[in-house]
Design a protein around this ligand. Sequence first.
Ligand code: SF4
Length: 215
Amino acid sequence: MTDNTPKIVYRFKNALYINLTNRCPNACVFCIKNPFKMYFEGYNLNLSGTEPSARQVLDEIYRQLNDAPTKEVVFCGYGEPTMRLDVLLQTARELKQKIAAGALAPFKIRLNTIGLANLVHGRDVTGELAAVLDKINISINSPDKQEWLRLVRPLPQYADKGYESMLDFIRLCAQKMGDVVVSIVSRQGIDAQKTQELAKSLGAKFYLREFIDDK
Ligand code: SF4
């Protein structure tokens, strides 16, 4: 029987993914939320306007952690995790502390983000993120601002400074932690070579992701 309960933590391969929010500063033309009807791999990720507390997320992680080998816990979901920065930091901090104390078997803690957290929160949050995360993967989507605007369709308040703020976010993250990856989806017309060079100039690694669609 299909389980339609909205998931705040779900397993995919050797990782647990955390769905903190459905809110997002962007409305990407390629977002799979709508064609996938808010489902991913059979999990219902539609929080219907609710958002979990750090305690709820942590309890759910601890409940699922030993169901299978877990190499990573990833802040991801159908929404931008840094919209809930406090809950993200609180959750990652407790996990990191428990790993350090030997209370949990080690795993990496990763954030998948669009890199607008500094702009959204009006301050540099990269130090706080670097203190509790092992890896940050930033979806840059394009090495060109106009193309980025066309593809990700940021909310009006983020359109003017969004691209530059995202690049600055990447650079600041790369200064503070070793594992910062800039990714784009393999898609016709996107200049992967130019994006790779941009990532390198910002001090980050580069990753070309496969395109997934609703077919
Ligand atoms: S950033 Fe992600 S969740 Fe937000 S609109 Fe784009 S693809 Fe969808």
